[in-house]
Design a protein. Sequence first.
Length: 453
Amino acid sequence: MLAAMPDSAPSPLSVGGPSPRDGGDACPGTLRLHRADDGALARVRVPGGVLSADRADALLAVAGRFGDGELHLTSRGNVQLRGLDAECGGGPAELLGAAGLLPSAAHERARNIVASPLAGLDGSPSVGGWLSELDGLVCGSADAAALSGRFLFALDSGRGDVDALGADVTLIAEGDGCLLRVGAADEVFRLRAADGPRAALLAAEAFLRAARDSGAWRVKDLPDGVRAALVRAIGAAAGPAVHHPRPAAPKVPAPGLVTAPDHSTTATVTATAPVTVTAISVGVPLGRLAPAQWRLLTETARRYGNELRLTPWRGIIVPGPFGPSELSDHSGSSGHSGPASEALDTLAAAGLITGPDSPWTGVGACIGHPGCAKSLSDVRAEAGAAVGPVGRLPVYWSGCERRCGHPHGEWIDVVVTPDGHRISHVRGEHRDPRAAVRDNPAELAAAVAAARA
């Protein structure tokens, strides 16, 4: 079992104790709201993106009673409620707490945990046990309350999806054990699967000790020498390191039906063949859900597995069981027949992304103007106007240089500048030479389409 960090490490931060970071973490939560141009904003942490239907109902109720009624998915699988009345007081937190969405007021912004959304559904192992245990450990640690709202845990089922997101502490399932990664290091530590959640918490607490003097919010913010010493300290407790490079790009769940192992949601099938549909995968255009769409997703979940899984790519997985389905070239837009196909068609009619041929596939944007005062343009409207044929690469539109919520891996980066729009091809840390487009909608749409192709 992973031991505690060596005694030679600096003493841990005390909750509420002096720190160069005190007062500087502006990440919103449920208790501390952010003032945006369209009203106050609350960010509700949903560890692993996992919501029961009842908790999904509670989120919708809060959005309707106190906000603009819509629900916005974030790049960490959380939910943002926008347009909240500045006089709402503790009303949202009271309702969310009653629904079990606020188990610890001290830790509400520290519960940043992403998890492989298809874990246990596509043949990869479930990480549900890890998720429950880690969330409980974080909420039970006085030191963990000092983690910033930017610090991120990731639980990867071995698919390499959330491992590619650059979390601060990542657990990766491997056979009957697991790997522990700290930051973006290519070296990982092999552990027993049962020791993974506690090892992740100890690594986060060790980060807090290392960050005490530097004021770093995340592992990547630490000075190089401090970061290397942190990894060495964790290795001294965890055991020998193993070379395991982080994936360059996440394996994003494709929209459509998720079937049992060895079946592809996009394969062309010429003969009728029974398969087991384990889940439905949908994308959400620009991550924004109208009340009717959220209600439909919740009703679908309640009819089958009673669960929604919000993905870090602004999508939603509805686990089954849906029972057997027939693969056929002549049965609906999905190529399947059965209850899952019918549910998918209903979600498609509601405006959600249910297949790879949707023009919205791979299109993302920050909130833009008028919701954000720093944005130089209404990038969501611009992204919608530029939607065209499906591109090979995803595209993300940002209203300013902060590029909030941008993806990882490889994508086309569109940033509004005072002189127009800058279009770049990003691959990890590499950025191709930039092209600038003046304010010409037709020219901009053509340039983005060409870059994505």
